[in-house]
Design a protein around this ligand. Structure first.
Ligand SMILES: *[C@@H]1O[C@H](CO)[C@@H](O)[C@H](O)[C@H]1NC(C)=O
Ligand SMILES: *[C@@H]1O[C@H](CO)[C@@H](O)[C@H](O)[C@H]1NC(C)=O
Ligand SMILES: *[C@@H]1O[C@H](CO)[C@@H](O)[C@H](O)[C@H]1NC(C)=O
Ligand SMILES: *[C@@H]1O[C@H](CO)[C@@H](O)[C@H](O)[C@H]1NC(C)=O
Length: 583
């Protein structure tokens, strides 16, 4: 634990770090700002009890003015606490595991820990994202987990199986795609590739054979809408384009007492861009009357990330995210399936994506194409395909990508609301592929929204702020974006393998999935509206980059999937496959 650790030794004394930067860089800039920042900062140092997220969003308990530096200071504290409490020895790590999850770690934990340590992995204890998905299977026991895996195997839809352990032919790897699985195998093959460096270590663990399915589509699919199926019945609930069947399945999964089940019937996703524009026109009218000019909030909007991603608590999400209109079938019961990400109501087990690993060179970070913060344009940037919605319907007003492109560009006539926001945005759709024309009514879409020719992904880094948006599934670009000198802004409902390892406002800026024009304007104003704002933007951009270089390397993905394999061995081979903590 050397490079990353020593790098963060500088960051962990951030009182000095921030202090010195504040005095050398900001003192000449603005006295008033410095005063506010210093007051907030000292306040923070001496008697600031960190606000928790519910307090942050509590309107009767508003955060101080100029909240950005305060949020950043709190987030930095949270990160430093996380770093400091990481285990240093396998005994510590095993006890921390037991403290968090109430059981012993899985068999091979010591081998895993030694490997993680040899690779300078710092966050050895942060596996809550993985465990949230794995614990339900550990609780049901290996017989039931195997039964469910068998049901999925019999009715696999766009998923392949990998085999682990057991007796093998001479030329077969310890972990290998099951013979005869002929689907497109990109995701399955990449997962096996991630495990290649530790095949030899796994070999020594000598487990009886087990297998697990890997999803070959971007969308998550595991729900628990019925809890089980009757003998001979299908495990899939069929969805049709744009109907509300998926919403009904999520309702059942969340349970009748959830806010989702109680309120979602009041929300519709059947509205077009026209309605979005009409709504803005009324809103602008209202604000012109109230304030005489368009006003954005003074700071980036507060986003309670956990709440924003909590589907069972947030029926409003169906009005602003395309997930709810997908026509992929979902399961009626929890089955073990590895996918790239899971919204909170889903039971998919997250694995790193092939895009984060190495698939599509275009999505990887290329330092030679990057610029320094100062050289970057004062622009918020996103270019991409019009994916991520219902297939075959035209209700673009509730698809997340379509909404974002709509609100960051001048609307077509007859709607007319000029805004200086557009001077700071470079957010358009790139080419419309024939595949999308089958899914959407393409001509109609190009009437409303700007399309520009596809440009290289590396163009993103010409801009100070880069947006990351979900597509049909989790975005493939996050690693490329957060690795750069740009400020990454993340808008997602997906829990990925690394979600609990980052701290919002220290490594990135969260943007609500239900973003409004005011919300986007707030981000622009907070980080491009003044020298102070740009300074704070550069701080988060640097921290995000350091995080990616220290915690989202390819070897970090290998270490994650290595540990996942230990957990899955216990899921399928039984609770006796545990690591006994030496007393
Ligand atoms: C909001 O804050 C007030 C005052 O601190 C408190 O009384 C109230 O319970 C809070 N409401 C919520 C929803 O947290
Ligand atoms: C649905 O919305 C209507 C109109 O705003 C409201 O009167 C009603 O109470 C809402 N119902 C639920 C279940 O929230
Ligand atoms: C959903 O399941 C049905 C029945 O197995 C199948 O025919 C259909 O192709 C599936 N839909 C998708 C989008 O895979
Ligand atoms: C937007 O970004 C593209 C690169 O992807 C660039 O070619 C174009 O000039 C930019 N547009 C503006 C208005 O800056």
């Amino acid at each position: 634990m050397h490079n990353y650790q020593s790098k963060y030794a500088t960051f962990s004394t951030t009182s000095r770090f921030l202090g010195s930067r504040l005095s050398t860089r900001l003192l000449p800039l603005t006295g008033i700002f410095l005063l506010i920042a210093t007051v907030a900062y000292l306040h923070h140092l001496s008697f600031f009890t960190p606000l928790d997220s519910t307090e942050i969003t509590n309107a009767s308990n508003p955060p101080p003015p100029h909240q950005t530096p305060v949020l950043i200071a709190q987030a930095r504290e949270k990160w430093n606490t996380k770093l400091k409490r990481q285990s240093r020895t396998v005994e510590q790590a095993a006890r921390e595991y037991r403290r968090r999850y109430g059981i012993d770690p899985p068999h091979g934990f010591d081998v895993w820990f030694e490997y993680a340590e040899s690779q300078d992995v710092v966050l050895v204890d942060e596996y809550d994202e993985m465990m949230a998905a794995v614990l339900p299977f550990l609780e049901m026991g290996s017989t039931e987990a195997k039964r469910r895996a068998g049901l999925l195997r019999k009715e696999r839809q766009r998923a392949n199986r990998i085999l682990v352990g057991g007796k093998r032919e001479d030329n077969e790897d310890y972990i290998r795609p099951a013979p005869g699985e002929e689907e497109d195998r990109l995701r399955t093959d990449k997962l096996v590739e991630m495990l290649k460096p530790v095949m030899g270590l796994l070999e020594r663990l000598n487990w009886p054979e087990w297998s697990v399915m890997v999803s070959e589509i971007p969308e998550p699919r595991v729900l628990n809408s019925f809890g089980d199926v009757l003998e001979g019945e299908t495990i899939w609930e069929l969805s049709m384009p744009g109907d509300r069947r998926l919403v009904e399945s999520i309702k059942k999964t969340c349970g009748p007492d959830s806010r989702f089940a109680k309120k979602v019937d009041n929300y519709t996703f059947e509205y077009g861009l026209e309605e979005l524009y009409k709504g803005w026109a009324e809103w602008d009218e209202y604000k012109r009357e109230a304030q005489g000019k368009e006003a954005w909030p003074d700071d980036a909007p507060l986003v309670d990330v956990e709440r924003d991603m909590d589907i069972c608590a947030s029926p409003e999400l169906i009005t602003s995210h395309g997930l709810f209109r997908t026509n992929w079938n979902t399961t009626k019961l929890l089955v073990p399936l590895l996918s790239y990400g899971r919204p909170s109501a889903y039971g998919d087990i997250p694995i790193p994506s092939s895009f984060q690993w190495d698939y599509l060179e275009n999505y990887l970070y290329d330092p030679s194409a990057d610029r320094t913060w100062e050289e970057k344009e004062d622009v918020i940037y996103w270019h991409g395909e019009p994916s991520g919605g219902g297939k075959g319907d035209e209700f673009f007003g509730s698809m997340h990508r379509h909404r974002l492109v709509a609100l960051s560009n001048p609307p077509p006539s007859p709607w007319n609301h000029p805004s200086n926001l557009y001077a700071y945005t470079n957010i358009t759709f790139s080419d419309l592929s024939p595949a999308h024309c089958v899914l959407f009514s393409c001509n109609h879409l190009t009437d409303f929204l700007p399309f520009t020719p596809r440009t290289p992904f590396s163009d993103s880094w010409r801009n100070k702020i880069v947006l990351d948006l979900d597509g049909w599934g989790p975005s493939g670009r996050w690693r490329g974006l957060i690795s750069s000198n740009s400020l990454p802004v993340r808008s997602t409902i997906y829990h990925e393998w690394f979600t609990d390892r980052m701290v919002p406002w220290w490594h990135y800026v969260p943007l609500s999935v239900g973003v409004t024009r005011d919300g986007l304007g707030g981000v622009v104003k907070a980080f491009l509206g003044s020298d102070e704002g740009r300074y704070w933007g550069s701080v988060i951009a640097e921290e995000g980059k350091a995080w990616a270089e220290g915690g989202m390397r390819r070897v970090d993905m290998t270490v994650y999937v290595f540990r996942l394999v230990l957990e899955l061995n216990r899921v399928f081979n039984g609770g006796q496959w545990r690591y006994e903590i030496p007393e």
